[in-house]
Design a protein around this ligand. Structure first.
Ligand code: BTN
Length: 265
């Protein structure tokens, strides 16, 4: 199964997502490269893909394990005209797109752990890291980095909730299939979102796959933990929760982290 720029270009059926590709055998981080390129004017939809990352980065300053030839390690350059506070909504769009892509390409029952981790059988198989670049107080670009553990076979013991499509589906998958399916969904949902200015066009679909909805969860805010009930996802991509006293409130992904009562979800 070939995995390179040519193989991706051949199967892509998008208008502009992935229509300019940079492919590397080895890179520090596709997000870092995409950010530099974005500063120099990379156009909307530019895609940076690597076989391995020496310094793949996850959220909260964590490392992202990116072993050679096993996963999709990629970053998209986007130039939406929007307010800075809307950026987190983009990560929900990317999450939903990857959830749909994995379902379509593998048949696995992928779900979304709000806001954008993709989970199969309670294990995380994909993470998303969006980083914005500002110029004079306005948004210049957003880089959406996506890491999918496709055919990874070994995970370190300090990642108990990580797994791969290969381990969960008991077979090897074609990374190009997953990537091009993602690009197609992403382009459609991104367009709809840009026209509307909020998540309304995709929210129904997002909620079908959101694994946190209508469940209890533990949220952490500055080390303070709280048991809540998850009632809804709003059109701004926030979570509507009910606290132990029955009060409803909205929380944003930048403010809290969330986990299940008995584990990751
Ligand atoms: C997370 O912590 O869940 C986010 C992980 C994001 C990893 C991807 S892999 C491609 C891109 N380049 C990086 O350095 N990080 C993102």
């Amino acid at each position: 199964m070939f995995y390179n720029a040519q193989a991706i270009e051949k199967q892509l059926n998008t208008k502009y997502i992935g229509r300019q590709i940079a492919y590397f055998d080895e890179i520090t981080s596709t997000n870092d490269y995409a950010k530099e390129w974005a500063k120099e004017g990379a156009r909307e939809g530019t895609l940076v893909v690597a076989e391995t990352q020496m310094n793949g980065r996850g959220r909260l300053g964590r490392n992202w394990h990116s072993p050679k030839g096993t996963g999709i390690w990629m970053s998209l350059v986007l130039r939406p005209q929007l307010e800075i506070h809307q950026i987190p909504q983009l990560t929900l769009i990317a999450g939903l797109s990857m959830c749909e892509a994995i379902r379509g390409a593998t048949g696995l029952e992928a779900g979304i752990k709000w806001p954008n981790d993709i989970v199969v059988e309670g294990k995380k198989v994909c993470g998303i890291l969006a980083e914005a670049g500002l110029q004079g107080g306005t948004l210049n670009y957003v880089v959406v980095g996506v890491g999918v553990n496709v055919n990874t076979e070994v995970f370190s013991e300090d990642l108990p909730y990580a797994s791969s499509l290969r381990l969960l589906g008991d077979k090897e998958y074609d990374r190009v299939h997953v990537l091009v399916a993602f690009a197609k969904y992403f382009e459609e949902y991104y367009e709809a979102w840009r026209q509307e200015g909020n998540l309304t066009p995709i929210l129904k679909r997002y909620k079908i796959f959101c694994l946190n909805l209508n469940k209890q969860a533990i949220i952490t805010n500055n080390e303070a933990e709280e048991i809540v009930y998850v009632s809804d996802v709003t059109q701004d991509g926030n979570l509507l929760i009910q606290d132990i006293k029955g009060n409803l409130r909205c929380v944003a992904s930048g403010e809290i982290s969330i986990r299940g009562l008995y584990g990751y979800i």
